[in-house]
Design a protein around this ligand. Structure first.
Ligand SMILES: CCCCCCCCCCCCC/C=C/[C@@H](O)[C@H](COP(=O)(O)O)NC(C)=O
Ligand SMILES: Nc1ncnc2c1ncn2[C@@H]1O[C@H](COP(=O)(O)OP(=O)(O)O)[C@@H](O)[C@H]1O
Ligand SMILES: [Ca+2]
Length: 552
């Protein structure tokens, strides 16, 4: 055996499936190269060399004879000469990338010439894994047993729990008994200090419960008032993992690239971290809810309210209500005011896409952290002349704010394909009243290559903040939002207007799949307020490099 301190930690001749391999371990890579009978140059044999990054090794275990079904042939033969207690083989479980951003747990068993060497390898790999530091050890898991197709519990037990156990992760599992069970438990009861993260088994609605609990708890612990839109919120320290078991699962899809429980479990195990923006939604200086994906008034609000009555249909309720609402073709009057994001990289219509290691998120994240202190109130912006409210008013079919792409299997490119997960902005999409035919063109473009914003009746703005007032709530004066803010027009008018939340001329807001009670809202984006066990969607080039780093 040869050891090269500094670069390689271990280098040995081991066998895999009865074939000799040169196996090496450095701090970052485990590599196994087939030993060639003669040193002949084979330019096109990628299978001769495999490599896996240490950060993507799930676990390593010494093989017991009973467990060695995979490598049976070679294993039994070697065993015969050594007696029962002598362990000479070890198995490494690692992440293997499949199609469409799916990850699988692959295994390779290395047979060693002696037990001492085998233990050395196991110990050394374990040391490297322990040194990674970002991996969770103890997780708090909430399962929604009634989300999506009601398969949450089974998905967790069959696909996720065995992987966590294998990776040495311990869990405290709570199967929710009623809506908001998880939220309320996180708000008050959960002993969060003992956990390294929270796992949510369910859909976007269940994820929303988790962030409401966590964000609330974090603000209470740091004495921040969550009701005022002017307050900068405290970022949540715990990461959240999503095991998709809901109907739309757009947050999982947009942060991992796939709706697959095993893929999500592996992202949790390897300890990925993806920061994410959160919008706080207020009405009269009272917090209504938080949103991370879609805030939609008009079409998406109506689809949601209608589909809530059809929960028994499962995920298909959205298709049914979608068609119904398209045919109904309701429009709503009102005014939207917004603060365009300044000093940022990217626009809602550029060709960049938020992917793993996104430079736009990194750049804009810094801009907003630096601005953080200054961003205490919209008025301070006004005073400095740095930011100016703009407004749009009229008749709308839909007003959507997408804080992330909102990609999901229904629309793989998303409601706003160029939106970013962690850039401190949301894309405000305004669809003005138009014919059914034109609205259909806009909707269909969500599923094709064509730009859904390249239509005369659609506008899109990248914003830090926005407000909406339905028509009946407006004052007679022109809706100059800067003045409106200073005179606090919104508050008193809405308070005096009971119709504000229930009139027939109102739609309702779809806030990450929950219906909001008020139509008049004030929304602020909080840059990178939460973190997920994810890494964003990987580029295909990254995928190729990582799977086969030593192919010639
Ligand atoms: C004719 C072609 C029409 C294509 C239109 C594209 C519509 C795509 C719908 C995308 C919705 C993405 C935003 C996600 C919202 C979820 O929070 C919410 C709730 O999801 P959940 O039930 O908790 O999984 N789902 C819906 C449909 O409002
Ligand atoms: N045990 C439970 N019983 C009833 N409702 C629940 C329970 N646990 C969670 N919920 C609620 O179910 C709703 C839908 O959950 P979600 O997991 O998002 O599924 P879906 O994607 O099908 O909407 C959420 O609003 C959540 O608050
Ligand atoms: Ca964003």
């Amino acid at each position: 055996m040869e050891k090269r301190p500094g670069r390689l930690l271990l280098l040995s001749d081991l066998s895999v499936r009865n074939t000799a391999y040169e196996v090496s371990l450095s701090r970052s890579l485990l590599t196994w190269k087939k030993r060639l009978p003669s040193p002949v140059y084979h330019p096109f044999k990628p299978s001769m060399c495999r490599s896996v990054t240490v950060s993507e090794i799930i676990c390593v275990r010494e093989e017991e004879e009973e467990n060695s079904s995979r490598d049976e042939g070679s294993w039994r033969k070697i065993r015969e000469g050594h007696g029962r207690d002598c362990r000479q083989a070890f198995t490494v479980s690692y992440v293997e990338r499949g199609r469409n951003h799916r990850w699988r747990c692959a295994e390779v068993t290395f047979v060693c010439p002696d037990a001492v060497l085998c233990q050395r390898w196991v110990q050394c790999i374990r040391e490297q894994l322990a040194a990674l530091g970002c991996r969770p050890k103890h997780l708090l898991v909430y399962i929604n047993p009634v989300g999506g197709k009601k398969r949450g519990k089974r998905i967790y037990e069959q696909k996720v729990a065995p992987l966590f156990a294998r990776a040495g992760i311990t869990t405290h599992v709570i199967v929710t008994e009623y809506a908001n069970h998880a939220r309320d438990h996180l708000r008050t009861d959960a002993e969060l200090k003992q956990f390294d993260g929270v796992v949510c088994v369910g859909g976007d609605g269940m994820f929303s419960e988790i962030i409401h609990g966590l964000i609330w708890r974090t603000q209470m612990d740091s004495a921040v008032n969550p009701n005022s839109p002017e307050e900068a919120l405290q970022a949540c320290p715990l990461r959240i993992g999503i095991i998709p078991a809901g109907s739309t699962d757009c947050i999982c899809f947009a942060t991992v690239g796939a709706n697959d429980p095993v893929t999500s479990a592996l992202h949790i195990i390897v300890g990925d971290s993806q920061p994410m923006d959160v919008c706080s939604v207020h009405h009269n200086n009272t917090l209504l809810r938080y949103s991370v994906s879609l805030l939609g008034y008009g079409f998406f609000g109506d689809v949601l309210s209608d589909s809530e009555r059809k929960r028994w249909m499962g995920p298909a309720r959205y298709d049914f209500s979608g068609l119904k609402m398209f045919l109904t073709h309701h429009y709503y009057e009102g005014a939207v005011a917004y603060l365009p994001a300044k000093g940022i990289m990217g626009t809602p219509r550029d060709k960049t896409r938020c992917r793993t290691g996104c430079v736009v998120c990194e750049h804009n994240g810094k801009v907003f952290t630096e601005k953080g202190e200054k961003y205490k109130s919209a008025e301070s912006f006004d005073a400095e002349g740095e930011e100016e409210w703009q407004s749009v008013r009229g008749k709308f079919l839909a007003i959507n704010a997408a804080s992330m792409s909102c990609a999901c299997p229904r629309t793989p490119k998303g409601l706003s394909p160029a939106a970013h997960l962690a850039d401190g902005t949301t894309d405000l999409i305004v669809v003005r009243k138009c014919s059914r035919f034109n609205f259909l063109r806009h909707l269909i473009r969500h599923t094709s290559k064509d730009d859904q914003f390249d239509l005369g009746f659609v506008e899109v703005h990248r914003v830090n903040r926005f407000r909406f007032l339905p028509r009946q709530c407006q004052s007679d004066s022109d809706l100059n939002l800067r003045d409106a803010h200073k005179r606090q027009i919104f508050g008193p008018l809405c308070r005096d207007h009971p119709a504000c939340s229930c009139g027939p001329h109102y739609s309702s807001w779809n806030c990450d799949g929950e219906v909001l009670k008020h139509a008049a809202i004030d929304v602020r984006v909080h840059c990178q307020l939460i973190k997920l066990f994810a890494r964003g969607i990987e580029e295909t080039t990254v995928f190729e490099e990582v799977t086969n780093p030593c192919a010639i």
